[in-house]
Design a protein around this ligand. Structure first.
Ligand SMILES: *Cc1c(COP(=O)(O)O)cnc(C)c1O
Length: 225
């Protein structure tokens, strides 16, 4: 099946309240344009270099989509992320939140939506806040105090090498964290997004409360590294 057929099929299969973010790392602009032509509204980039290149090549077509930063963001790349992204899903510390807020003063963005990334299985090789509600709350409270940031929820990558059923308990835990976060009723905060589920796991993630899935391989085919 073609890229657009893949997208249309999955879009029809999953509930309409679930946002599909195309995870386009290593993919070309023509491939991304095929998705946009098929109706996708959300694109996720992992690497600043690709983000910059694709943004340039999309030109005004970029106005049709929301660009998400879904990869780990290094502090020295914040300016570029802000220039080319509409939202960052990978806030992983108080320090990062403050650094991003401080850079926004110099950019054209006024209120910038963000998610906190959670390292749900506490893997040493992964970034993200520890899977401990107190830790998440600390970062959330900090974001809520930042003038230019608006916290909208949580994201997780989930551990690799697991079957969807093995991932289910992690997704459940993420849903509980997001619900608890909403109950805090922090100022300037609207907890409405739970970003979890990838090509192999999106169905289980949706069953467990995800309303934003990030799909790469299943839409665009295997990546060429
Ligand atoms: C690559 C990537 C995805 C998509 O992975 P697939 O398994 O190809 O669907 C989702 N989220 C993030 C953060 C990624 O880096």
């Amino acid at each position: 099946m073609s890229i657009s057929e893949n997208y249309i099929k999955i879009r029809q299969e999953i509930p309409s309240h679930v946002t599909i973010v195309a995870a386009v790392k290593t993919k070309t602009t023509p491939e991304i344009l095929e998705l946009i032509d098929a109706g996708i509204k959300d694109i996720g980039e992992n690497y600043i270099q690709e983000l910059e290149q694709v943004s340039g090549e999309l030109g005004t077509r970029k106005n049709e989509i929301t660009m998400h930063m879904i990869g780990h963001l290094q502090s020295n790349k914040i300016n570029k992320a802000l220039k080319y992204c509409d939202t960052i899903q990978t806030i992983d510390s108080v320090k990062k939140a403050i650094a991003i807020n401080n850079k926004i003063e110099n950019s054209s963005k006024i209120i910038f939506p963000v998610l906190i990334s959670v390292n749900i299985a506490e893997e040493t090789a992964k970034h993200g806040v520890a899977p401990d509600f107190e830790e998440i709350q600390k970062v959330a409270e900090c974001i809520s105090q930042q003038k230019y940031l608006k916290l909208e929820g949580l994201m997780t990558l989930g551990p690799f090498g697991h079957t969807p059923e093995q991932l289910r308990p992690y997704f459940k835990k993420m849903k509980q964290f997001n619900d608890k976060l909403r109950l805090l009723n922090l100022p300037n905060t609207e907890i409405k997004t739970l970003s979890m589920g990838m090509s192999n796991s999106y169905k289980v993630a949706i069953e467990e409360g995800s309303n934003m899935v990030r799909l790469g391989t299943i839409l665009l085919g295997p990546r060429n590294y």
